[in-house]
Structure formats: C-alpha cells, structure tokens
Write a protein that binds this ligand. Structure first.
Ligand code: DGJ
Length: 730
C-alpha cells in the first residue's frame, strides 16, 4: 500500500520508494500539509504544523470562526484559498453568485483507490501499478466542493496532484484562479531553479533565492513558450548534482502557466503551480465541475541528479505513450536547414538517396510542400499538396523516397493560418481576431481558434486526408507563434476568459484523435524549436524538437538545462551544417554528432553537399548511435560537468545502464586556453568493485573511475569532443 490512512490520527500518508508525503485533518476539518521529504515510516508528523490552531481549540468546541481562522495564514495546508485569512499566494479563488469571494474548505471524506487516476480530456501520468487518493473538501457556507487528487507511482518516487472544483449550488460561480498544486513547507531558504530562454536559447538553467515577496516563473502566451518552462526545482542552498535536498515539479500542461514561490512572515515557503490566472475566468453553472491539469513532483535527498533521474523514468515509462515509447526510433534526415523552402521532388529524392547510403532510415519533408507556400507569407491552413512545386503527387514522391530505402515523414503546422490561404478566404472567422482590432500577425500568420469543434474538425479532416493518401510514418507538428487577439466569435462576452484554456483542451482533443487514429506514426512536437516543450505535449508525442539552434556548443546549455526535467529520449537533436546557420560558428563534425547522440540523433543539412570524408564520418556516427541506442535512450543520465560552470573548459554528460554494466561519456570542450592541465572527470553510476574497459583499451576499477576520475585525452583547438564507452570486464 502506498497510501495509508490512520483513523485515530486522521493522517493520510503517501509512501514511495524513498519519500513520504503526509497530510492530516485537524479538529476544525482543515486539511494540513504535515510533511514531504525523505522517507519516514509510520509516524504522525502533525506537530510540524505548529502554527495550527488546534492547540488553542478545546476539543469538539463549535467553530467560532474569526479568531481561529485568522491563524490560517500561518499553517501549512494542502489547499489554500483566497478570501478567508490566508494572505499568501493562494491556489483557488472563487467569486460566488452573491458577489462574495473566497472559500473555507473543510474535510468531508477521502477515498483510496488502486491504480493512478487519469483525467478526461487532459494529459496525465498513468499506471495501473500506482494508487490514487481523493480527498473531498467543502466550503463552510456554500455548496462548493474541492476534490483533491493525489496519484502515486511509488517506484519512481512520483506523486501527482490535480483537483476538481464542483459547484453544487443552484447558481453560477466564477473561478478566477484554479491552480493545481499548493505545497507548503514549514521552513524557508530554498533556491528556485527554473529554465528560462528565448527562441533558439530554450530552457537554460537559472537559480534564484526564494525571498519574502514572490519568485515567479510563468507564461501568459497561451502556450508554455520559449521564455520559461512549466517546470522547476526547489533546492537547498548548498544542493549539488549529488548532495542536498531537491524537490522537482513538472506541470502537465501546454498553455499559460504560473509557478510562484514565496516565503511568509514565519519564513515558511509556499509553492503554487497551475494555469495562469491572467486572462482566466471560468464560469461554472450549478452542477458543473472544473478539472485542473496535473502537476508531477518528486523529491531527492541526493541532489539534482536523483530528482532528474526519477522524472526521466516516469516521463519515459508512464507519460509517453504509443509504439515509439519503447520501439527504436528511426534515424531521420529533415530537409529544413538543407533547403528551407527551395525544393522539389527531385531534390528531396536526391537527398534521400545519399542519406540512405549513410544509414539514415527516415526522410522528413519539412515546411513548404502544401498550398501556395514558397515562403512564410502564405499557405498555412491549406493542407493539400502543391503538386506544381513538387513536380508530382505526394504518393509518387513517397514511393520514390521509399524506393531509396527510407521511410517518409511530413511537417504540419495545424494550428496556424495565413490570411493568404484558401481556408482563410472561406472562413476568416476561424482565426482568433477581436471584433474591433486589427489582428496582430507574427511570422505573417494568425492562430486558429482550436476551442471551436468546427475548426478542429476541418483541421482533422485535412490532416487525415494527407496521412491516408500515402505511406507516411512520421509527423512533425509545428506551432510557430503565440496567441494574440484572444477572442472566440461564438462565445458570449462573459465566457471569453475561458478561451485560453479551452484552446488547450481543444488542442488535446485533436491530438488524441489524430495520434490514436495513427498508432504507427511517430509524432514529434515542435514550436519554433522548443517553444512548447512540456509534459502535456509529451503525452501525445514522445519527442520534441529541442531548439531551432543546432549549433552544438549552444546546444550544450540547451540540452543540459532541458535534462533537469526531461529525458534524453524526448530531445530532438540533429547534426547540421558548419558554419552553423544560427551562429556562424565552425565546429568539428564529430562534436556535432556527439552532442546529437544525447538526444534523438538525426541529420538536418543538405547531404548532397557533403564531402566523401564527411559522409564516412556520418556513416560511422549513425552506426555508433545505433550500437548504443538502448544505453543512451534508457540509461541513467548524469550531468558530470556543467557548461554553465566557468572553471572548466568542458561540458561532460554520461549515461549508465541500470545494471552498471556499461556507460557512455561525452566530453565537449566549449572553450580553449593555453597551458592547461589534464581534466579528471569523476564518473557515476558504476559498480565500485567491478572492472571496466575504457574505449576497448585500458582497464580501471569502478571505484577508481568514480572516485579518482577518468583522465580526458588531451585535445587541441576549439570545440573538440571525446566519447568514451565504458564496458564491464566480465
Ligand atoms: C520552425 C521549426 O522549428 C523548424 O524546424 C522548421 O520546421 C520551421 N519552423 C519551418 O517553418
């Protein structure tokens, strides 16, 4: 049993392999949060809620309100609501029919169920091996209920939280804020680690102290976005990769979000995570319910690495779905950086022919194959083949590509529309536009109103027509701008505050329909690179294009930052041309390959322009990547030296097999100095007592490699890299 109810103590305790989470119902019926951290067996931890009112309240005395509730501001709770004495950032805010605001939720009942819950219409971690706790609370006055859902996957130390707001009154209420997680700590002094960025610079590691006031990470863009990722970590001040307490959180949602950490007057820390209340106002009629998305969390007492590894396993095994969750994904070539919009069928086939000889398995035709699309001014929305441009039908092209030995994949941007398109001319109302404003174009395009079924059906039909017309085994689902002009033309004024969220629900409905209709297609999500890289999208698509920045040196920081939450198997990573198209930097082909190995490895260049020497190197890389595929994709990932560190010239990553029989270490030199000394890198995840051969050469004891370190080979010049295969000697 992962969830234990102690009737006498009125505690609900969630036990995972290494952690304990506990809540308790106090004498007033308030659901206290009493503990989350390293495992403690069988104990009542309610004393941690020392600001609680129960020492002051005589047993069974009628609740008097006022005085007693004034203390709510100091006590750690499972759910905090605005309006009744808790002045901290709240998770829930309700406006009742009479205009009053606030909730005072009191315990009603709880239920423990086997299997982890799923959410209708929303992505969520899954697992029959898990358990679920549902705690129901009711406002002291109004018939408004909160149902708190806790899911547990004990093996991965994963706990999820989501909640339902239920209006059992006969009148409508307004939800002004509906966050999914409220986590209170009875101490402070944390750092908030989050992942910031911009286009081509996504998910870079940043750390800031949680101070009095608020430390926030958020998106108000309608999508999770390039700028901040819907995930974070709360870490001890002195936490390192392998020491210290670290809590990690991933929001399973792809729209606007809010993560807010704060310290109160007693130095207690509160973290809340959920849908961003900005531009959010949801009406619940009597009898209706509102379901929030879920937050997944884990705790590590061994630093960042243990937290990342738990999330990696849970995301790989219990969030990603479908055939390609486990099956080896094909090595692909994408024509975007090779040709941009300038291609026809002959050019693509000629690229496929060369790529096939190198061991590539899938050809992806990117943007530019449909409608009237020779640049980014027109065509989005018209998902029919531009046969004039290709010089043949799609079926003929796919056959020719298949004849080279490659599978075929295709690009869509299903949520976008150009004003210069047949779809827009026929249905201008399909795009988000405000009645009295000129819509704002970005990349010359608008966003389709996916909250409308009619719009989704049109997109669905068009996409299916294409996918049914040829032998297509891969889809790249792109999304290249964020929403402005948020206004849905079929919805009354008072419901416009629902549209941001209804857009995301509509998107999820469309993704569910399409991915379940085509279970054999590999879907890769993309958003101008990594602008919607989140657990919501990974539920539908096991991999996402990490960034439009394909410079391997820039990628070190991007992939390193991404790895704090997301596994290597989710990170689309390609070898591109040098000089790099985003930075102009010149790098060795070997380094471009080594960095892409720590992702899904593919190519994104004009293979026809490569020299014989380069082709030989790519052939070698593809073989090497395939040889180590299982280890890379499913191994335990360690960040040995960070590219953010200023005292090392190297960034070093490692993957080790769970049985400690092999490991792969990649060291990339991101800057050069004269008169350097050899770098010793302490490996992790090996067996102290076993012996290991390094690159089929020297033999070292596991303890030696872990405690004294692997001496990196000398390297000369900028951006050199080395790969070490470490194999147990049996
Ligand atoms: C943005 C993506 O990130 C690129 O890989 C490419 O697909 C372009 N869009 C095409 O417009």
């Amino acid at each position: 049993m992962a969830i234990i109810y102690n009737e006498q103590e009125k505690t609900y305790t969630i036990q995972t392999k290494n952690t304990t989470y506990q809540m308790a119902v106090n004498k007033l019926g308030v659901l206290l949060h009493t503990y989350y951290g390293r495992k403690i067996e069988n104990d009542n931890l309610s004393y941690t809620a020392y600001g609680d009112m129960w020492p002051y309240t005589p047993k069974n005395e009628e609740i008097k309100g006022d005085e007693v509730w004034a203390r709510i501001d100091h006590i750690p709770q499972e759910i905090s609501c605005f309006g009744c004495g808790d002045y901290r950032e709240s998770a829930i805010n309700i406006r009742h029919a009479d205009g009053t605001m606030g909730l005072q939720p009191i315990f009603v009942s709880a239920e423990i169920k086997s299997g982890k819950y799923s959410l209708e219409g929303l992505p969520a971690f899954y697992g029959d091996e898990g358990e679920t706790l549902v705690v129901t609370l009711k406002d002291r006055v109004y018939d408004v209920y909160l149902h708190l859902y806790y899911g547990v996957l004990p093996e991965y130390d994963l706990i999820t939280r989501s909640l339902v707001i239920e209006n059992k009154t006969n009148e409508k209420i307004h939800i002004e804020k509906a966050l999914s997680l409220n986590l209170d700590f009875n101490y402070g002094n944390f750092d908030l680690v989050s992942f910031e960025g911009r286009w081509a610079q996504e998910r870079r590691f940043q750390k800031a102290p949680v101070l009095h006031g608020k430390t926030q990470v958020f998106s108000t863009r309608g999508a999770s976005g390039h700028i901040m990722n819907p995930s974070c970590m709360l870490a001890n001040k002195n936490a390192t990769e392998t020491t210290g307490d670290v809590y990690a959180f991933a929001f399973v949602y792809s729209g606007s979000f809010l993560i807010s950490a704060s310290r109160n007057i007693q130095d207690n820390t509160r973290l809340v995570i959920g849908i961003n209340p900005e531009n959010f106002d949801f009406t619940l009629e009597g009898g209706e319910k509102f379901q929030t998305p879920e937050v997944a969390m884990t705790f590590s007492y061994n630093g960042f690495e243990m937290a990342s590894q738990s999330l990696h396993k849970a995301i790989r095994n219990n969030l990603c779905r479908g055939k390609y969750k486990n099956a080896r994904r094909p090595v692909l070539i994408n024509n975007w950086e090779g040709t941009y919009f300038d291609f026809n069928a002959d050019k693509l086939v000629s690229m496929a022919k060369d790529a096939s000889e190198l061991g590539v398995e899938l050809f992806v035709m990117d943007d530019g194959w449909f409608g009237k699309r020779d640049d980014d001014f027109s065509g989005l929305g018209d998902w029919f083949v531009n046969e004039k441009k290709l010089g043949c039908t799609l079926g003929e092209l796919v056959k020719r590509i298949n004849d080279t030995g490659l599978k075929f994949g295709i690009w869509f941007e299903p949520e976008a529309i150009n004003e210069d398109s047949e779809l827009y001319r026929a249905h201008p109302d399909y795009a988000f536009k405000m009645p009295n404003r000129q819509p704002t174009l970005a990349r010359h395009q608008l966003i389709l109103d996916m909250s409308r079924k009619e719009v989704r059906d049109n997109t669905y039909d068009q996409i299916c027509k294409i996918l049914d017309s040829a032998n297509i085994t891969y889809v790249k689902w792109d999304y290249n701008r964020n929403i402005t002009d948020l206004y849905s033309c079929e919805v009354p004024a008072e419901k416009q505050g629902e549209i941001y969220h209804r857009y995301v629900l509509g998107l999820y409905e469309l993704l569910e329909r399409i991915t379940s209709r085509y279970p054999d297609i590999l879907f890769e999500s993309c958003s101008g690179g990594g602008g919607r890289f989140d657990c919501g999208m990974h539920y539908y698509m096991p991999q996402a294009w990490t960034s439009d920045d394909t410079d391997p040196i820039e990628r070190l920081k991007i992939q390193h930052g991404t790895s704090f939450i997301y596994p290597v198997s989710t990170m689309g990573a390609h070898v591109s041309a040098s000089p790099n198209h985003q930075t102009g930097r010149i790098t060795p082909l070997k380094t471009r390959g080594n960095v892409a190995y720590f992702g899904t490895y593919g190519l994104e260049l004009d293979v026809n322009k490569m020299t014989d020497e380069e082709k030989t190197e790519i052939k070698r890389q593809i073989k090497e990547f395939k040889d180590h595929y299982e280890l890379i994709q499913r191994g335990e990932y360690s960040r040995l030296i960070s590219p953010y560190e200023t005292d090392s010239l190297y960034c070093v990553w490692q993957v080790a097999s769970a049985d400690k029989s092999e490991a792969l270490v990649c060291a990339v030199k991101h800057r050069t100095e004269a008169s350097t000394h050899p770098e010793f890198v302490r490996l992790r995840g090996l067996d102290e007592t076993k012996y290991y051969k390094v690159n089929d050469d020297k033999i070292y004891k596991g303890a030696t490699l872990m405690y004294n370190g692997l001496m990196l080979a000398e390297s000369w010049g900028d951006y050199e890299s080395q790969l070490y295969y470490i194999e147990e000697v049996k």
